[in-house]
Design a binder for this molecule. Structure first.
Ligand code: PEP
Ligand code: MG
Length: 591
């Protein structure tokens, strides 16, 4: 047993098995001259690596097919096909035989050549295949005993713990997506992107353990159980090959934690009650199903925004109906009868899919984005709606339409929903026959000025301040040059929120707020005072927000709202908001 001490950056305890995840830069492949007598030996090593790699890929393919679906599994099928390609194989053989170089270097040289050609093409699909070639290279190297890059998962029921030197945010998404339950990194810090992601996804993570990988590599030569591991992120501890006594101790700890969580959870999902008794439901914005089982422990009374685009961005190809059905069902089951607001795919703008040929536009935020993308790709839209309708049997779903600008768009979607229901009926596929509420994001100014009419066509509104601000203030939300002007404290923004609330309340249409502005304590009294009833925010902000709301009363928020609407400048608004917050904190803390 060996105990390593680092810094826990995302809490939790996991007991499982280690996989080493080492970046390619860690693998240093040097050319090595061989003699003519060594040719056969190198050819044999290459051949063995090919056979081994194909076997591993087939195993991964069947595992992925079961967990993620056929399209994801096909990625590994394409890699198997590459390994069967005679052009590639003959090139490696030629380098070994004619240039008299070692098999590893022959592989690196061959794949480099392929990658260079692919990178030259205009074809996005082919360019995207570069990653497959890189993966294959690493796998072959590993199977020749040089590389240390491991991507495959052992077929074990035990949780997987990835140990890496350092990883990028996308690496961590990929690892977590593949089922990794804990991360241990030699480098990195609490504010690194991988740490932020790990926290958001509820994956226990320990960082800052120097020289761990070398120790593990040494261990694995001499010790069969080198990969048994306990990650205790509460204490920043990584225990490698724990003894029996430690295992028993941690089994009890893990069990107790689960039970405690259940106890702590009870009641936390209730609305936040103001001092006047007014209750504010607070929901969560989520992007994928990571850590969904803990959502009510964060205090969320439901999901106010489920960003479907993560289901697309995390995959390497469009998810099929089954994959979406699985994802949606899981969330709905987990949330039981609590509302789950599933937003249709909002892709384009600043969110692109690597496997789709997005048009090159000067202003993508104003182009083929969101609902416009869906109307151009009706099959993708219909697939989502079918998956939602089928999964809806398991809970309380609501369908939310992004970037709506007109009544017609809502009518089209409603018509498609009816058609898909009929289709499911004909096909004898189970789905929710009861009505599924349909609402829209209020994030395009055009919809605000038409809201009293649009109210007749929807069941709820949700203010998307991130985009509403972008389109109202004419500032690209990604712009760094104009970022100081991208502020919710603009008089037009607050006036818009007030008018949206007035109309929604008048027309008795439920109104929630899911833009980032709702996560900021400073704006919460303003949002509630202007007439919004429900808030939805990042999971990590919910507890603080709820605690703050319980210190407010609605009358003082309304009073603040009236003052804010009279302000002429952003500066005046900022002063009012900061003044309110200061007074509140003074009263609460007595200083
Ligand atoms: C918004 O626009 O405020 C919003 C919540 O959606 P997104 O940030 O995904 O565009
Ligand atoms: Mg938006």
């Amino acid at each position: 047993m060996k105990i390593f001490k680092g810094k826990g950056v995302a809490n939790g305890i996991i007991k499982g098995r280690i996989i080493l995840y080492l970046a390619e830069s860690f693998i240093n492949v040097e050319p090595r001259r061989i003699t003519k007598e060594q040719i056969d030996h190198e050819l044999k090593r290459f051949d063995t690596a090919i056979v081994k790699s194909k076997k591993q890929l087939s195993a991964i393919k069947s595992k992925v097919k079961k967990t993620l679906g056929i399209s994801e599994a096909n990625i590994f099928h394409s890699q198997i096909l590459i390994l069967q390609d005679n052009v590639l194989i003959n090139k490696v053989i030629k380098y070994i035989e004619e240039d008299l170089i070692n098999a590893e270097y022959a592989v690196v040289k061959t794949i480099k050549g392929f990658v260079k050609e692919l990178e030259k093409t205009d074809n996005t699909y082919l360019r995207e295949r570069v990653i497959d070639f890189e993966d294959i290279k690493n796998r072959l190297l590993k199977n020749m005993g040089t590389g240390l890059y491991e991507t495959e998962f052992r077929h074990t029921e035990e949780p997987t713990i990835a140990v890496a030197q350092n990883i990028t945010a996308s690496d961590s998404i990929e690892l977590i997506n593949m089922g990794v339950k804990a991360l241990v990194l030699e480098k990195g810090g609490a504010t690194s992107h991988s740490a932020i992601l790990a926290r958001a996804m509820g994956v226990p993570t320990v960082m800052g353990i120097d020289n761990l990988i070398n120790t593990l590599i040494e261990e694995r030569h001499s010790n069969d159980t080198w990969d048994k591991c306990i990650v205790d992120a509460y204490r920043g501890k990584v225990i490698v090959d724990p003894d029996e006594k430690t295992c028993v101790k941690y089994d009890t700890r893990i069990k107790n934690l689960l039970e405690k969580k259940k106890l702590v959870c009870e009641g936390t999902a209730l609305p936040a009650k103001m001092t006047c008794g007014y209750e504010v439901p607070v929901y969560a914005n989520i992007g994928a199903n990571f850590g969904i089982e803990d959502i009510t422990c964060d205090g969320a009374g439901g999901v106010g925004l489920y960003r479907t685009e993560f289901q697309y961005m995390l995959r390497k190809d469009f998810p099929d109906e089954e994959a979406l059905f699985r994802d949606y069902s899981e969330v709905l089951k987990m949330l039981k009868e609590k509302p789950v607001t599933i937003r249709l795919l909002d892709i384009g703008g600043d969110k692109f899919l690597p496997y789709y040929n997005h048009p090159v536009e000067k202003n993508p935020e104003l182009g083929e984005r969101s609902i416009r993308f869906l109307f151009k790709n009706m099959d993708i839209l219909r697939t989502q709606l079918r998956a939602i309708l089928r999964a809806s049997r398991f809970g309380s779903p609501r369908i939310m339409l992004p970037m709506i600008a007109s009544v017609e768009e809502i009518q089209i979607i409603r018509k498609i929903i009816s058609e898909e229901k009929e289709e499911l009926e004909i096909e004898h596929i189970e789905y929710r026959r009861e009505y599924v509420p349909v609402g829209i994001m209020v994030e395009v100014p055009a919809v605000v000025f038409n809201l009293h009419k649009i109210a007749q066509y929807v069941d709820f509104f949700s203010i998307g301040s991130n985009d509403l601000m972008q389109y109202t203030l004419a500032i690209d939300r990604e712009s760094t040059a104009a970022s100081d002007l991208y502020t919710p404290s603009h008089p037009a923004m607050l006036e818009m929120i007030a008018q949206i609330a007035e109309i929604s309340n008048d027309k008795k249409v439920e109104l929630s707020f899911c833009g980032e502005m709702a996560s900021e304590i400073k704006y919460i009294p303003a949002i509630l005072g202007l007439g919004v009833n429900i808030l939805s925010m990042n999971r990590s902000n919910i507890k603080d927000a709820k605690e703050f709301i319980t210190k407010l009363n609605l009358a003082e928020c309304k009073e603040l709202g009236i003052k804010l609407r009279k302000a002429h400048t952003s500066k005046e608004i900022e002063n009012l908001l900061n003044g309110f917050l200061r007074e509140k904190l003074k009263k609460l803390t007595g200083v």
